[in-house]
Design a protein around this ligand. Structure first.
Ligand code: GLN
Length: 353
């Protein structure tokens, strides 16, 4: 007998098995990633979403906190064909509902055909289909989470020290830990500032480069980060990843739009228009840049031609829609962080004799 229910906005209620009990709601999305479940489940960009894994077995190499991208589980719930006990116990310990023994192919097909949609989950011995429907009906559209940055950002500035080769002011809109460590490992000191930092807060850091991080939800809601970009445009080099690309583009006069079902996975092909080379990338986004404003398109998605990389030599801007820092990989695009530090005119550390 089923002890979990998944209610979809199109009226269907799917039966499943409860692996971590609870009731919740969120925007239903899917990832095709076959590794990196710990990284995905701790990626702050998944806040307010219910994450379906299309790969049928999730958890086969255990759960280790060294691989986490943030301190907590970020999606509101997880759905898989089969979750291992390790993952189910981890999610139960974090009070995040999880269900399996459901046809995830049906969920993925539905999201691909009808788009990311409101979803409700009820899991556990007393769960009923009506509970799941009630949750689904209370689910807000993503763009209505206007202050979602407050859920995922640091509340006070912090500094992650590298080797002093450059000062990076990083606006934390829900940054993945590996974005920060990719910069500190290259010697940069990263000044992590809250998502609502002001231009004065950034000026106090006197950075060599401004970096806007990834993050959840609608980039148009990150008005403070857009104001910071606007204030320093042309005066300070800038870089951004994912939400960072979207925020920088909007602030410079371009715009973004919601995609039908987005890109979430670890094998999204991206073509660099200058070299002609294609690299495999990790992605997690539901919005895309549609008007690039003053920025030039440098990279595109091979599957659907959406914008994957932008730059401006006049404004010293370089951005990526995908995740060059990707753990556990692919690591084909890690060179992005070297380009960011070149933009900052970082001084290489003096080699020891
Ligand atoms: N990973 C991200 O930064 C995601 C950006 C944005 N929230 C989107 O869904 O498109």
């Amino acid at each position: 007998m089923s002890d979990a229910y998944i209610a979809l906005a199109d009226g269907r209620v799917l039966e499943a098995r409860a692996r971590s009990p609870g009731r919740t709601r969120g925007e239903l999305v899917f990832t095709t990633a076959y590794t990196g479940y710990e990284e995905s489940l701790t990626d702050p960009s998944y806040a307010e979403q219910i994450l379906t894994f299309s790969y049928p077995l999730i958890g086969n190499y255990g759960v280790r906190s060294e691989r986490f991208e943030s301190e907590s589980v970020q999606p509101r719930a997880a759905i898989a064909r089969e979750l291992t006990d390790d993952v189910a116990e981890w999610l139960a310990g974090e009070d995040v509902p999880a269900v399996d023994h459901v046809d995830t192919r049906e969920i993925v097909t539905t999201v691909r055909e009808e788009g990311a949609m409101a979803c409700g989950i009820a899991a556990g011995p007393d769960a009923t289909p009506e509970d799941a429907v009630e949750e689904m009906e209370a689910c807000k559209p993503m763009s209505d989470h206007v202050d979602i940055g407050a859920q995922v950002s640091v509340s006070e500035p912090t500094v992650q020290e590298g080797d002093g080769v450059a000062d990076v002011a990083l606006i934390d809109c829900g940054a993945k830990g590996s974005i920060i460590s990719s910069l500190t490992e290259r010697g940069a000191d990263v000044h992590v500032l809250p998502y609502d930092a002001t231009p004065e807060d950034v000026a106090d850091v006197d950075p060599d480069v401004l970096f806007v991080s990834n993050g959840p939800g609608d980039p148009e809601n990150f008005v403070a980060a857009q104001a910071v970009v606007d204030a320093f445009a042309g005066d300070l080099p800038m870089a951004g990843i994912c939400l960072g690309q979207q925020v920088i583009t909007s602030a410079l006069g371009g715009s973004t739009e919601k995609m039908a079902f987005g890109h979430r996975g670890v094998n999204q092909p991206v073509r660099d228009l200058r070299s002609g080379k294609v690299v495999m990338t990790t992605q997690n986004h539901g919005y895309t840049v549609d008007d690039t404003g003053p920025l030039e398109v440098t990279q595109v998605n091979v599957n659907d031609d959406t914008v994957e990389g932008l730059d401006s030599t006049d404004l010293d801007v370089i951005t990526r829609q995908y995740h060059p820092e990707a753990n556990p990989g692919p690591h084909d695009s890690l060179g992005f962080f070297d380009e960011v530090l070149e933009l900052a005119e970082a001084t290489p550390p003096v080699a020891a004799d």
